[in-house]
Design a protein around this ligand. Sequence first.
Ligand code: NAD
Length: 354
Amino acid sequence: MKATIAVLAGDGIGPEVVAEGIKVLQSVATRYGHSFAFPQALVGGCAIDVTGKPLPTETFSLCQASDAVLFGAVGGPKWDDPSAKVRPEQGLLEIRKGLGLFANLRPVRVYPQLVEASTLRPEVLRGVDILVVRELTGGLYFGERQEGTERAYDTMVYTRPEIERVVRVAARAAQGRRKKLASVDKANILASSRLWRRVTTELLSREFSDLQVEHVLVDACAMYLIRRPATFDVIVTENMFGDILTDEAAMLAGSMGMLPSASLGEGRRGLYEPIHGTAPDIAGKHIANPLATILSCAMLLRHSLGLEVEAKAVEDAVAAILAEGKRTVDIATKGESPISTVQMGDAVARQVAG
Ligand code: NAD
């Protein structure tokens, strides 16, 4: 097949890890006879430096004209001035909103080879395989807000259709997995959460009666993710709750460098990115773990291009090279000598090539 993948590498380690993702996709194309084009565009801090905007018009047009978007990360100390009118993160928020990408899928899988890399005990981590579906274009991050030096506020607004569409995505995913769905809210305090719970309950009993459903308060969920993570299958939740819980869940997998994500809307076009940021502390040192980006490329193959066999080949290649003992510094334990970002990308690409 022919496909156009817009590449928005961004700032910090973004370009370093995205280069390895492209390498693996090229290996997929060669092995399976596809033709992928990778046009690049500016986003985030580097786009502000050149154009004054975090999302230049031509970048957004390229995303609209492509089958999928491969995104690195944006931001960094250079653009951190709180009084600045434009911020790199606005670029990402604008793309999500502009492309109508309302569901963010974040799989959290603990590879058996990496149980020692986490700060949690191996017996707690064995068998962890969670899919968090985070609502992405509503809630606290998009509600009306007021800045101020003495008083400021943000608002969390949800509508029935916004809740229904993201819960449907999560419920369908649960049907293809272990058929368990946890809906996370703060219904004991927040009105928007009480609506979330009512709409979720109605929808699931109407359309997804085959699922085992639990409603969990977000504070309790934060605790259960550490105490009994292996009991979760699919989790669906509001934008900010999902943002926080997925960073917590990332620690189950040992490193931010291991977690991919997909942002999807009604159609096939999606945006794929590692969940980590630009990691200014290690940018330019060539030690960033590219596996989160490479696993995001597997999600791209699956969700936007419909190439399930190829997606699985990439995921299997990652598992295989981990089984061989290859580690970047963030996932290396005592006695293991780490390899570089490029060496890790090369290893996965070679494995995919067969
Ligand atoms: P971060 O994810 O960049 O880094 C957190 C820690 O994880 C750091 O110690 C970093 O070295 C490590 N880390 C992250 N990715 C890694 C990888 N691939 N391999 C090895 N180690 C890795 O989060 P932060 O430090 O809070 O944020 C840094 C900048 O990134 C900020 O400007 C923030 O706004 C931005 N950010 C962007 C996005 C995005 O573009 N989607 C997401 C989060 C943060």
